[in-house]
Design a protein around this ligand. Structure first.
Ligand code: ADP
Ligand code: MG
Length: 698
């Protein structure tokens, strides 16, 4: 029944069906049933015309049509209805679909009108209101919470505004019988979480009896939605375990031991040790590893990656590390080279700016196995980059890479190499569970010892001189300073001017030869950037003025102050990333947020959050609440987040329960082969049919 084409529903027919398909993707009864209201209004409350004030949102009135006429010419043509109740009159206006409306409306009939009043030349009017005659059935169907549906101009022209869609929902609901809706959760799950049945939930979501019922319906449908996302992800993980033969790295050998015993520059933190162990277990298990390492900026992920790569080498495999930017790749390359030179491990760097000749040489040395470790940017993904025997792929700052890019690395060997994915942007748990829900995760939840927490201060433009004074004191102590300017694509020119102005200002305040200033921004060539970076790294310059090109990964322990200009223009996760560039040495470090005097509420909350806490996860939670899941970096490319009802910022506890239930189910029956679980398989399959983008996951 639910597969019935929508045109067969009472009140639809072919012309309306066409628009429903085109505009809303509603092809079948099922699609309509899962076209949920986007909000509800309280329809128990009636206003009188006299009480209408300018600030009112949507209101409901009861009264009669006094007269109606179609007036105006061409574009201005419209239907104007004078509507009255005991207390006064107002105008109802239709600019579209007015002929149809004019035919429908009658004087002498009592109507309920619903819409948003506006004031125009001292008169109240409501444009395109919903209007319904007050009949027995209308009153009987009137629930306290009335659903409101999104509609489109074309649909409205065909009489399918919110009210029209609700009429269709009503027609569908009346036909709906228990046998039409297959329950897709087991009795245990339903009982465990005290969920209402699917049928009941569908009815209540469109026509809630009261607030409590509506809440139950939402909970049930959100649970179901999140449960199937999790089931899909967790099953993917199990399927991979069964179908992909992972390379086995059984031994810890010369490379690892030599490095560990003789050249490791410091003691590993307990968190690093633990994560390394988790990785070793994975790589020795015969399963292909797909592990996400989450760790705040500066927690020492690079070293974990490096040591995992040594394990690969000890077992006869090559490995690569892919970073999102050229600068970061270069920095990793330097780190690796410095650390690995004494143990005779050959590391190469391949980026977009590697010369053709270099490139050829590197390609050859990868193929003959001379190069053990390749570090680079997206350039590594290209088909032409082939290895003799790659066993481990490390992806740094995963949120910058799409899932497809991850998948392409699978083809670099006869069997997919182990994947180690590192993310420095702490993301809220709910988001991690969904974005990376198919990965095993490790958490580096401990900072290397001796780090003092970074002090964060917020200053207004008017306090700039004080800030400069402080910077001079820090420089006198031998420290270095970053000054970062925003760079936002749409206003690149303007930003560039800000940066240049700031730089000129700074030179004035910090004149040579006493002070030296580096500048790095997007308009420089790579060689220029590299030159400027190197001057700063070598401590030849004390100040580094930059756009966010330094955002990710750069590591200069002597830099102890991060000044962020126009800080209100940065998102929280960016601010946190930037702050993470300092506090890497033993000195007390500072992050200074410079903003204008007037701040919006969101900006103020961002500044306050930064000043209050250094905890990346806490910050990411605030970020999620401020921006919603769709705007968090890395989420756009993921179809996983097209949730219809559930909201990852608000429904964390439902997600938690749903994931737990899916996990329990798969623990017992990893590939869902048991008879009693066939309902899950068929539901997953039908979802896949309806949502081709699901195939992107993983
Ligand atoms: P991230 O996790 O942000 O990638 P890095 O790997 O760049 O962090 O490490 C940050 C800094 O901490 C580097 O200078 C690194 O050498 C240093 N570091 C890493 N592990 C330790 C440790 N166990 N003890 C002391 N310093 C460490
Ligand atoms: Mg890093």
């Amino acid at each position: 029944m639910l597969d019935t084409p929508i045109e067969y529903l009472k009140g639809v027919g072919p012309p309306r069906a066409e628009v429903l398909k085109k505009d809303l993707g509603i092809f079948t009864y099922r699609d309509l049933l899962t076209y949920y209201p986007f909000r509800y209004v309280d329809r128990t409350k009636f206003y009188t015309i006299r009480d209408i004030t300018e600030e009112l949102p949507f209101i409901q009135l009861c009264g009669y049509i006094d007269r109606l006429e179609i007036t105006g010419q061409k574009q201005g043509k419209r239907l104007v209805v004078i509507f009255k109740d005991k207390t006064g009159t107002l105008e109802l206006v239709w600019f579209k679909g007015y002929n149809w409306m004019a035919d429908k409306l009658k004087t002498g009939v009592e109507y309920v009108v619903f819409g948003k009043p506006t004031f125009f030349k001292g008169r109240v009017n409501i444009a395109h209101p919903e209007i319904e005659p007050v009949t027995e059935t209308f009153l009987a169907q009137q629930s306290a919470f009335q659903s409101v549906y999104n509609s489109t101009e074309k649909l409205k022209l065909r009489g399918l505004d919110s009210e029209g869609i609700r009429r269709l929902q009503r027609a569908l609901a009346q036909q709906l019988q228990p046998q039409h809706i297959d329950e897709n959760l087991s009795v245990e799950i339903i009982n465990d979480h005290q969920l209402i049945s699917r049928l009941e939930a569908f009815k209540q979501i469109h026509f809630p009896e009261n607030a409590a019922q509506l809440k139950k319906a939402e909970t049930r449908l959100k649970f179901e939605e999140l449960f199937y996302v999790q089931l899909r992800l967790l099953k993917l993980n199990k399927v991979r375990a069964h179908t992909i033969k992972g390379f086995v790295f059984p031994k810890v050998g010369q490379a690892f031991n030599d490095f560990f015993t003789n050249y490791l520059p410091f003691e590993l933190t307990n968190a690093q040790k633990r994560v390394l162990k988790e990785i070793r277990v994975d790589m020795g298990s015969g399963r292909q590893m797909n592990r996400l390492v989450q760790g705040d900026v500066g927690s020492g992920k690079t070293l974990v990656a490096l040591m995992s790569m040594l394990l690969a080498i000890d077992n006869g495999f090559q490995s690569c590390l892919m970073a999102p930017t050229e600068i970061l790749a270069q920095q990793h390359f330097q780190t690796f080279k410095n650390l690995l030179e004494p143990v005779q491990i050959k590391t190469e760097l391949l980026t977009g700016s590697t010369s053709t000749k270099e490139r050829r040489r590197i390609h050859a040395s990868l193929l003959n196995g001379e190069t053990h470790i390749l570090i680079g940017t997206h350039a590594l993904i290209e088909k032409i980059v082939q290895f003799k025997n790659i066993g481990l792929v490390v992806i740094d700052e995963q949120h910058r890479f799409g899932v497809e890019q991850r998948a392409k690395m699978h083809d670099k060997n006869t069997s997919p190499p182990h994947m180690l994915i590192m993310t420095a942007t702490p993301i809220p748990r709910t988001l991690a569970m969904t974005l990376y829900g198919d990965l095993d995760t490790s958490l580096i939840d401990e900072m290397p010892p001796g780090r003092k927490p970074i002090k964060t201060l917020h200053f207004m433009e008017t306090q700039r001189l004080r800030v400069f004074g402080f910077l001079k004191e820090e420089i006198a102590l031998g420290r270095q300073i970053y000054i970062v300017y925003p760079l936002i694509k749409e206003s690149e020119k303007l930003d560039y001017r800000n940066l240049q102005e700031g730089y000129d200002n700074l030179i004035h305040e910090f004149p040579p030869p006493q002070y030296q200033v580096s500048i790095v921004h997007g308009q420089l060539t790579n060689t220029q950037k590299e030159f400027e970076m190197q001057r700063f790294i070598k401590n030849e310059t004390q100040l580094m003025v930059a756009t966010t090109v330094i955002e990710v990964g750069v590591n200069i322990p002597n830099a102890s102050v991060m000044v962020i200009e126009s800080a209100e223009r940065f998102g929280l996760s960016q601010l946190h990333q930037l702050r993470g560039r300092v506090g890497r040495g033993a000195e007390q470090s500072y992050c200074i947020l410079m903003t204008g005097y007037k701040l919006g509420a969101d900006s103020r909350l961002r500044m306050e959050t930064m000043v209050r806490t250094n905890d990346g996860f806490e910050i990411s939670e605030v970020d999620l609440k401020l921006r919603g899941p769709g705007d968090i970096e890395g989420t756009q490319q993921s179809g996983v987040l097209d949730l219809k009802l559930a909201n990852l910022a608000l429904d964390g506890h439902i997600l938690q329960l749903a994931r737990q239930s899916a996990q329990t189910l798969l623990d017992e029956d990893p590939l869902l082969q048991m008879d009693k679980n066939s309902v899950y398989v068929s539901h997953l399959i039908s979802q896949q049919k309806n949502r081709p983008d699901w195939s992107k996951i993983g």
